[in-house]
Design a protein around this ligand. Sequence first.
Ligand code: SF4
Length: 352
Amino acid sequence: MARAHLTAGSELDNCSARAAGCDFSGYDLDLDWAIALIKKSNATRIGLQAPEGLKRALPALARQIEEQTGSEVIISGDPCFGACDIDMLLSQEVDLMLHLGHAELEEGPKNVIFLEARVDEDLTAIAAKAASFLRAKRVGVATTIQHVHQIDQALQALRNCGIEGLIGPAGGRIRHAGQVLGCSYRSVRSLDVDEYLFIGTGRFHPLGIALATGKRVVTADPLTGNVSEIDTDPLLRRRFAAICLAKEARHFAILVSKKPGQRRMSLAKKLKALGEAHGLQMSLVFLDNIEPDRLVNLGAEAAVSTACPRVALDDAAKYGIAMLTPPEFEILLETREWVRYAFDEIEDGPAL
Ligand code: SF4
């Protein structure tokens, strides 16, 4: 089955797609193409999976597919955080599964088709506004999947302001040149620049760029028009506090995700052995969705998440115990120095 690419996870915030009868409010998805593909494939059972921001449109989409193709549609009801999070069981139940919103990360089940979500927002004005916040005449430019198809508009707007914008290449789990993921900053690290401009919504990605590169980052949100400089200090203080808190713990849970694109079992085993060599009680815990109540009865006094980096860095406040990233656990054990904070990445990053 040919694969196609339609994008973003926890990376999809509050935008929508276009298709008769389906309100994907703000996102553009090529659903006509998907329906044509279903018809051509002769699939009779179709799976649908989407992140929360797009889920509301799935019942109408399911009806539309059933009416137009005669196939039976099953919607995945579980949370979906990214292309790392394919509903494997559903993909085995159906002939073909549409995963909406994210760009494909890596080779997965052959019957999963990725339908990236794009926001149709011109980036010219926001890039021109951001230009006045930039200090360098040569900057790295990055964005998320929702805007990556329009990154040339941003580069042209910077050029008009006398600034050369460079974008990093695709590769690994990065599908498009200029794109970053919350778990991969390889594209921006490859650029020889002293400053970056991130165009997109939310602070996690620009924080990731700043921490992964150690360089100044200006962030510009095309939806709100806000432009600001990223300050990594509050996050670094919180991470330092988490490491200090975890120093009191004797029993650690090493969390391994069941989600195919977040599963780092070999890293988890290395961390377990490392902890045991330092006299700690270590438990490997395999789970799908990492939530506070899943940890309560395990009795661990601290945890290390080898799953999506956002679990420890974005959601730490949810847990009643210290939640570390793999590099932070190594800092705690003094097998890694905190010369510059090592941001956890799922490929090419310091944790591997
Ligand atoms: S592992 Fe990567 S792709 Fe998956 S939700 Fe986290 S940041 Fe997004």
